[in-house]
Design a protein around this ligand. Structure first.
Ligand code: C5P
Length: 218
């Protein structure tokens, strides 16, 4: 279709979410937070006590997700779970179940449904490689583990949640390793992706860079 997609992929806490959301806002495009779908599946599985090694049961949970997104809030059935899905343990379970192909397949169609006029900004791990291979612009956002741990630390402290830099750093490294080395849709920059290291950039600077690239390719 002619409706443009901007794919923004990258590791945990690279700033993708904030940056992608702002790019979507500036362009008046829809926004897909694909990580939220894995987090919603994880939260739903945890609540139903689904065995976390039963890939078919997990795929069923994923295919039956009753979720909707409304002005920055995320709902599971009618409950606002925007905060609940950000919990560290939900993120860890999300990253584990995201390695299962049946789960990824179950979420495929749901993700395509976000591709609507006038355009879409999609963020995740495999937006440019698997879900939207025809994206007009593919961006791979990175930042050093130290910069990402620092950002995560600040987010948690701002929310009044206690945090430890060493634990956060270990956790990020572990999740990076899992996302990068899994056989199904591993995290990697696809050919043609524009690399953006945000370690020393503000979100606004990253947004301007991406809008500049988009203006060149659209
Ligand atoms: O981006 P976020 O941290 O919210 O994603 C949670 C987890 O979901 C990630 O650790 C990753 O394993 C998984 N994920 C994925 N593919 C995507 C988006 C997220 O495998 N497109």
């Amino acid at each position: 279709s002619q409706t443009p997609v901007i794919a923004i992929d990258g590791p945990t806490a690279s700033g993708k979410g904030t940056v992608a959301q702002k790019v979507a806002q500036r362009l008046g495009f829809h926004y897909l937070d694909s990580g939220a779908l894995y987090r919603l599946t994880a939260l739903s599985a945890l609540r139903r006590n689904t065995a976390l090694d039963d890939e078919h049961a997990l795929a069923k949970v994923a295919s039956r997700l009753n979720c909707h997104f409304d002005s920055g809030h995320i709902f599971l059935s009618e409950e606002d779970v925007s905060e609940a899905i950000r919990a560290e343990n939900v993120g860890n379970v999300a990253s584990k179940i995201a390695a299962l192909m049946p789960v990824r397949q179950a979420l495929y169609g749901l993700q395509l449904g976000f591709h609507r006029a006038p355009g879409l900004v999609a963020d995740g791990r495999d937006m440019g490689s698997v879900i939207f291979p025809h994206a007009v612009l593919k961006v791979f956002l990175t930042a050093s583990v130290a910069a990402r741990a620092q950002r995560r630390y600040k987010q948690l402290i701002d929310k009044g949640i206690s945090a430890n830099m060493q634990d956060l750093t270990n956790d990020l490294s572990e999740r990076d390793a899992r996302d990068t080395h899994r056989s199904s849709a591993p995290l990697k920059a696809v050919e043609g992706a524009y690399l953006l290291d945000t370690s020393a950039l503000t979100a606004e600077q990253a947004v301007e860079q991406i809008l500049g690239w988009y203006a060149l390719v659209k």
